[in-house]
Design a protein around this ligand. Structure first.
Ligand code: SF4
Length: 392
């Protein structure tokens, strides 16, 4: 008798070692698990019958006990600049988003880790919706699995398309640590996606104990949502600061650096008009980041233009203020970039995704009204930008 669908193990949630253990339960050797892992992740195959070099008996056991299934796609949006946003159904009226961002020298997928978010940052539309649930490892990794293989099919490519992953979509990844780590391991695995640790970034609002755990268990590149240089202001913008104030956070960053694949931490700083974008804020930021006797070379600043949404009561800093702020930081020796906005026409700003999540019907209608195709009828494939050169 076949197991009901829901009792089957979704192989997208198993990292290589977990798949070895799963196959051992089926009486199969390690190399069979590796073959299976490669079929799923490197070739994007979900149908066990199509895995031609697996014995028929193993394929039969897999059909009984396992499945390979990403989240259903509710809708897809394609921007004029090549950015693609997918809205995935996570059940219960909730949805999460993943965003593909092609650039000259890389192609990045921004991945969600939770439906909603409990951190409640003032400037983030996800934070305003509250927390719904953690995604499973299969649901996190499934965003990459779907995007990578869908893009290969669409663009007729055999080789890897997505070169970088940033965990900067909906949710605080470190609040879903046990599901996050297996997904990261599959991204890094040579038999999986083979991404280097430098090309996988976890972005956190600063959950200090889990920053230390990540350093021990899976030290990928780290980005920290900073947004304010002083505790009273950060308490308001990122409420988690009351639990892990700046001094503790910066000390945790320095500890992380001992394990990090890059010799710097990236700090994200959302520019909010009249709130955190004045010269005194820049000076306080310089003092915060150049303290600890480490100089300024250990970090990079990424200034992000705020993407306004109605309930926030906040406004985007004007371009002159952003430039003046960046100049003060640069003059003090801090490597500073101003993030280019991508996918403006599809509202794809990282960290401010899925304002529509709690009403997915309205979300789909809105997406269909803009340049959107429902999942069942994908948008006419736009070619990857000619200038896209993917790094190995
Ligand atoms: S910025 Fe990140 S941590 Fe803060 S509320 Fe939004 S999703 Fe959560």
């Amino acid at each position: 008798m076949s197991l009901p669908h829901t009792e089957k193990t979704n192989l997208l949630g198993l990292d290589h070692e977990a798949l070895v253990a799963f196959c051992a339960q089926l009486g199969e050797k390690r190399f069979r698990a590796t073959q299976l892992f490669r079929w799923v992740h490197q070739r994007g195959v979900a149908d066990f019958d199509a895995m031609s070099d697996l014995a028929k008996s193993l394929r039969g056991k897999l059909k009984e006990r396992a499945l390979v299934e990403a989240l259903p796609v509710l809708a897809e949006q394609v921007s004029r600049d090549g950015t693609i946003k997918w809205l995935f159904d996570v059940g219960g009226g909730n949805a999460v988003e993943a965003v593909f961002i092609p650039e000259k020298d890389r192609a990045t997928l921004c991945v969600s880790s939770q439906a909603g978010c409990a951190i409640g940052c003032r400037f983030c539309s996800t934070g305003h919706q509250g927390f719904s649930r953690n995604l499973t490892s299969a649901e996190i990794l499934g965003q990459l699995w779907y995007a990578e293989h869908e893009l290969r099919r669409r663009f007729g490519r055999d080789e890897r398309i997505i070169s970088n992953v940033v965990m900067m979509g909906m949710g605080e990844p470190l609040q879903n640590f046990s599901a996050l780590v297996p997904a990261l391991r599959t991204m890094l695995d040579d038999h999986g996606y083979g991404l280097s640790r430098r090309r996988v970034t976890v972005s956190t609002s600063g959950i200090v104990p889990f920053m230390d755990k990540l350093a021990q268990q899976c030290p990928v590149a780290l980005a920290v949502s900073l947004h304010a240089p002083l505790d009273p202001l950060r308490d308001q913008l990122v409420p988690l600061n009351r639990k892990y104030p700046l001094e503790e956070l910066i000390a945790a960053c320095h500890r992380y650096l001992e394990h990090a694949p890059r010799d710097f931490i990236t700090f994200e700083y959302c520019m909010l008009a009249g709130v955190n974008d004045q010269p005194e804020h820049a000076r306080a930021l310089i003092e915060l980041l150049s303290g600890h006797g480490q100089g300024t070379a250990w970090c990079k600043l990424n200034l992000i233009p705020f993407n306004p949404f109605p309930q926030s009561g906040l406004h985007c800093s004007n371009a002159d203020d952003v430039q003046a702020f960046a100049r003060l930081l640069t003059d003090a020796g801090l490597v500073t970039t101003v993030r280019k906005t991508r996918g403006d026409d599809i509202d794809a700003a990282c960290g401010q995704l899925a304002g529509e999540v709690q009403d997915r019907t309205r979300a789909v209608i809105r997406m269909q009204k803009s340049r959107i195709a429902p999942a069942s009828a994908p948008a006419a494939a736009e070619p990857l930008p000619q200038s896209l050169e993917l790094k190995a």
